[in-house]
Design a protein around this ligand. Structure first.
Ligand code: ATP
Ligand code: MG
Length: 185
């Protein structure tokens, strides 16, 4: 059975709370059928991999087994509306080089192994609203939300009747780091 996979960075509880506050502030002005992204789904995608077979997944995990996650700080310092995707997100004006390099390696690896080929440049962002068909007014300036990044997840995306759910398949770095010889969770 194939699974829909992507590499992403999880958000700390504090960052989640700040983004919930931001959503509440924006939501009051939002009209139409926009969907609020649940805080449990907040994430920062590094590379979307698309539909991955079990065999491809095993090979992917083997290739990335010894991934060392760079420790970087990033500020979500602006809001953006991406019309084609229908997304309002918190994004950054400065992408840390080490994070950009990691995303690039992951995207290149995916393309080289028959997985999703990303064309758009990497723009670190956290989606806050989806299915936004238009903006009723300009997005406000925001107080930057700092993110401290030292963990990466391989996530599986599952479509459930109530909406999409993500689950971590494997985590690298931070407290979830595995020492060599340990079984993956
Ligand atoms: P929904 O599809 O229900 O709106 P979602 O987009 O968050 O929710 P997925 O489509 O499974 O759920 O996507 C998982 C992650 O991969 C998200 O961060 C999404 O933005 C990203 N993603 C999905 N499709 C692509 C794509 N074609 N190119 C780049 N990134 C993608
Ligand atoms: Mg989607």
């Amino acid at each position: 059975m194939a699974e829909r996979l992507f590499f992403s960075v999880p958000l700390s509880r504090i960052s989640q709370l700040e983004l919930i506050r931001l959503q509440a502030r924006l939501g009051a002005e939002m009209s139409g059928p926009a969907r609020v992204v649940p805080a449990a789904n907040f994430h920062l995608t590094l590379a979307f991999l698309g539909s991955v077979s079990q065999q491809q997944k095993a090979a992917l995990l083997a290739r990335w087994e010894s991934l060392v996650v760079p420790e970087v700080s990033l500020e979500l310092d602006q809001l953006a509306y991406w019309h084609r995707a229908g997304v309002i997100c918190a994004t950054t004006s400065r992408t840390p080089m080490a994070l950009g390099q990691l995303a690039h390696r992951m995207r290149q690896d995916a393309a080289e192994h028959g997985l999703h080929r990303s064309h758009a440049p990497f723009r670190p962002h956290v989606s806050l609203f989806r299915s936004v068909s238009q903006l009723s007014r300009e997005l406000p300036a925001i107080t930057p939300v700092p993110l401290h990044i030292n963990e990466v997840d391989l996530m599986v995306s599952v479509f459930e009747p109530h909406g999409v759910e993500y689950h971590s398949v494997r985590r690298w770095g931070g407290a979830g780091s595995l020492s060599p010889g340990n079984e993956p969770r």
